[in-house]
Design a binder for this molecule. Structure first.
Ligand SMILES: [Zn+2]
Length: 460
């Protein structure tokens, strides 16, 4: 579902177009100066450099360079907070190693910063803040604790303030440290067997989605079998137990770049440990002397009543959760039922039809940050189900709920019920009760994990 090829002009973002308009009118002299610098650096214009590429317009304009097998990004928003989130597009299948399809692999605020021909991707440090109005006080805290520069890019082309960078090396890195987790044996990421994965590389006005297939190769050189051909011995499920070939395992890493909400649009809610919510925290160096420096906000979705004065109101925007279309019946209906129970809680809070659960359309990536998802995830042995989220680290606002439900759970529940009830006399009985028992249990599992993605912890 990539966007269709567009001309370079059409490929510009709104902000890019605005920047160009400013350059060509009010700032004509600066434009001339920029043109000179550009010539000094010997850089082509973005339009020239990308002429033979497929433009994918969106939040961060992308270009697919088929001849080179590379993804190029046009950066026009400098020193602006953007959220970068990564997650696993296709997994390994081993619960013990834990590289599961649909799993989140971390998120962070980043800013693109340009120094001459160099573009730096910098993670600002939101762990230590000053809430003061005094800019110097804020700067004193900002410069006291290190930010992290995550990557450096070289400008390959430039038009005015817009810069083109080759983003492929960033996509083809082992960002989540998979190599160190694969065993038995020693695995390394092999660039020659890794590539951009185009079917899940797409662009939207507020989010840019990219994916790469990464191949990890066992370092003893064997293709299969041999000393490390199988698992790790005992019950451990190693690479050789799950990958097609123990010599190499190919998984996919997804990357999202997301426009963050404007600060001030969402009001953080203070965390109280009695509330049952999970929280995020930071140190506030502007706290009054008699106040704690540790400030805590709960994680929650933004949900507003269309009519704030009405006891019951429809929401401005409902919360929609998408269930994995790869879930078979009768499990599918059970998971929909369990997740939908949450609508009762939202009704009790005064919302009409604010919480909905639907089947995810097949052309929507489960990693697309605009959607809350419930993934039905297979592994070779039974493992955890989890409820996580991508959160704005500045405010605690949940941007995406992400549920992983392990598919073998219901089969184990079935076997537990069968063992406990043993409803057989002749061996030809219809054991429908057992299925119903197992399905009742995963309705609860669905509700439970969705609850975590609404920001709730366990009530113990
Ligand atoms: Zn739980």
């Amino acid at each position: 579902m990539r966007h269709a090829t567009t001309t370079p002009m059409a490929a510009m973002t709104r902000k890019g177009a605005l920047a160009l308009t400013l350059l060509t009118t009010a700032l004509a002299s600066s434009a001339a100066a920029a043109q000179n610098r550009q010539d000094d650096a010997g850089l082509p214009t973005i339009e020239d450099r990308t002429a033979s590429m497929e433009a994918m317009d969106g939040f961060l304009p992308m270009y697919w360079d088929d001849a080179g097998g590379r993804i190029w990004l046009e950066i026009a928003q400098w020193d602006t907070d953007v959220l970068h989130a990564s997650g696993i597009g296709a997994g390994l299948g081993s619960n013990d190693i834990g590289i599961d399809r649909g799993q989140l692999a971390g998120s962070r605020v980043v800013r693109f910063h340009r120094v001459g021909p160099k573009v730096l991707m910098i993670q600002p440090n939101y762990r230590f803040r000053a809430s003061s109005d005094n800019a110097a006080e804020r700067k004193a805290v900002e410069d006291a604790f290190a930010p992290s520069t995550l990557w450096g890019f070289d400008a390959a082309a430039r038009t005015g303030d817009r810069v083109l960078i080759d983003f492929t090396p960033f996509l083809l890195q082992d960002i989540a440290g998979f190599a160190g987790r694969l065993r038995p044996g020693t695995y390394r990421l092999d660039q020659s067997r890794s590539a951009v994965y185009l079917p899940m590389t797409m662009n939207f006005p507020e989010n840019t989605e990219m994916e790469a297939s990464l191949t990890f190769v066992r370092q003893d050189g064997g293709m299969a079998g041999g000393r490390f051909g199988g698992g790790g011995g005992g019950a451990f499920e190693g690479v050789g137990n799950v990958a097609a070939n123990a010599g190499s395992a190919t998984v996919r890493m997804h990357h999202s770049f997301i426009q963050l909400p404007e600060l001030g649009e969402y009001t953080p809610r203070a965390h109280d440990s009695r509330s049952g919510y999970g929280g995020m925290s930071f140190q506030d160096y502007s706290a009054a002397l008699d106040e704690p420096m540790t400030r805590r906000f709960i994680r929650r979705h933004r949900l507003e009543k269309r009519d704030p004065t009405a006891p019951m109101s429809e929401p401005v925007e409902p919360l929609v959760y998408y269930l994995d279309p790869g879930t078979p019946e009768p499990v599918r209906s059970a998971l929909l039922d369990g997740a939908r129970w949450w609508n009762q809680a939202f009704e009790a809070a005064g919302f009409i039809d604010a919480f909905r659960v639907e089947i995810r359309p097949e052309d929507v990536s489960s990693h697309d940050v605009r959607y809350n998802v419930i993934n039905w995830v297979h592994r070779s042995t039974r493992g955890w189900s989890t409820g996580g989220s991508i959160t704005d680290p500045r405010t605690g606002e949940i941007l995406k709920g992400n549920v992983t439900l392990g598919s073998l759970r219901v089969r184990q529940d079935y076997m537990i019920a069968e063992g406990l009830l043993a409803p057989y006399e002749n061996g030809d009985e219809d054991a429908q009760d057992i299925s119903e028992w197992a399905l009742a249990r995963i309705r609860q599992l669905s509700a439970h994990e969705v609850g975590h993605t609404l920001g709730l912890g366990h009530n113990y």
